[in-house]
Design a protein around this ligand. Structure first.
Ligand code: FAD
Length: 380
């Protein structure tokens, strides 16, 4: 991914879709007065850009996402990287490239943990990363690191449960496992991490997996400030509990969606919440939740919501079926596992209408023309 090209401009998005952007971190809520509290926004030079303030609402939609959940595992903060922000990804990228260059110029034998990458958590993010890293090593050769034997770079995928992609059906898990094996990724299942140390990952059963780079991809939780947000109900990972209409359980005027919402999975009540992934809310609507309030009408009027199609501006395929028509077919994708387990998402900054035609057309045109020369994984 090229940040310069793919980064989302919230202001532009708002402008194209009839929203007004207000910068500030939400820190509190007063449901009685229907206002949200915003902290002052301070820039990198310490200067206040926007002051502490309140913003009133008639209807509030909370979509504040999620953050890494390390479950209090010792050493994760100090020695593991969580791929949460572009800065995290940059850091991982730099450390990986440096590790490879170091090994390339080194004359003495490699240490046991050198060139070993441990990915903790075999959910979609961990599986995808493991597969991509294997492809990276192939490209390294063509970048002049010819003294580096790509087979020395070990990828360890560590999962506490009995199989990879535990949230997905067994057949997808089996298929992913076969592909990971073909890529020589070492998969450790039933492996509960007890600590991450500078030399590698220590497991509860006493084993140690030596690793130079450790990525934590083992779970998410919603932001802490949602706990005790004017007494709205949350679950054990801070997600706001919502009803099938996406209204929070205690307040009809406050909605929550995306990763920060604990949304019941229709047809599987009492058992599961919709798992975190982009577009899950539209997905849940497409799965039958057609009674959401929309266009100012209350839920009781049963407003029909148009069927959402992920494939509208998508350029990648999904693995497995989804109930949204032809997009449910499995299609070959670059990197094989790259998009495994995720629904197809619209291009993030694709505006509607003519603006999309101009910008999207230009982008796809240039992407098409440069695809033969551009590496799939940026190394510099
Ligand atoms: C490495 C990685 C790869 C992934 N790959 C895929 C994939 O291929 N396909 C897929 O479907 N899903 C993928 N996901 C999951 C997907 O990114 C999330 O499910 C999705 O982004 C959730 O959307 P959201 O709108 O709920 O939250 P987010 O996209 O996280 O957006 C929340 C926004 O709220 C802002 N915010 C947070 N707190 C506050 C506050 N207090 N005040 C104001 N603003 C606030 C944040 O800055 C952020 O901009 C991936 C996740 C990761 C970490």
């Amino acid at each position: 991914m090229n940040l310069g090209m793919h980064e989302l401009s919230y202001m532009a998005q708002g402008h194209w879709h009839g929203f007004t952007d207000r910068i500030g971190e939400m820190t509190g809520l007063d449901r009685q007065r229907r206002v949200v509290h915003l902290a002052p926004h301070v820039d990198e030079f310490g200067e206040v850009v926007t002051p502490l303030r309140e913003i009133g609402y008639d209807t509030l939609v909370l979509a504040v996402g999620s953050q890494t959940n390390d479950f209090g595992t010792p050493g994760v903060r100090a020695h593991a990287i969580a791929l949460e922000t572009p800065a995290d990804a940059e850091q991982f990228h730099r450390r990986l490239v440096n590790a490879c260059i170091r090994a390339h110029v080194q004359t003495e034998a490699l240490r046991p943990n050198q060139l070993q990458v441990a990915i903790i958590g075999a959910g979609a993010t961990g599986v995808e990363l493991a597969a991509e890293l294997k492809h990276t090593t192939r490209e390294l050769l063509s970048y002049g690191l010819d003294r580096l034997d790509p087979t020395r770079l070990g990828i360890h995928l560590i999962e506490a449960g009995p199989r990879v992609l535990p949230a997905l059906p067994q057949r997808l898990s089996d298929s992913a496992m076969r592909q990971l094996k073909a890529l020589n990724v070492t998969v450790h299942t039933d492996a509960r991490v007890s600590e991450v140390r500078p030399d590698g990952v220590h497991l509860a059963d006493g084993r140690c997996i030596p690793a130079e780079l450790v990525v934590w991809a083992a779970g998410v939780k919603a932001p802490e400030f949602l706990c005790g947000l004017d007494s709205l109900e949350v679950n054990r990972i801070n997600q706001l509990r919502v009803r099938p209409t996406l209204q929070t359980t205690l307040d009809d005027h406050v909605f929550a969606l995306g990763d920060c919402a604990a949304s019941p999975w229709l047809g599987r009540e009492g058992k599961l919440c919709v798992p975190p992934r982009a577009g899950r809310t539209p997905a849940s609507l497409a799965l039958g939740r057609r009674d959401c309030p929309a266009h100012g009408r209350p839920a009781s009027q049963g407003v029909a919501i148009p069927r959402f199609r992920f494939s509208r501006f998508a350029r990648r395929a999904q693995h497995g079926g989804q109930p949204h028509g032809r997009a449910g077919r499995t299609q070959p994708v670059a990197g094989g596992l790259l998009c495994l387990a995720h629904v197809r998402v619209p291009l993030p900054d694709a505006p509607a209408g003519p603006a999309w035609l101009a910008q999207g057309g230009a982008r796809h045109g240039s992407a098409f023309l440069s695809r033969g020369t551009r590496p799939r994984v940026k190394l510099h």
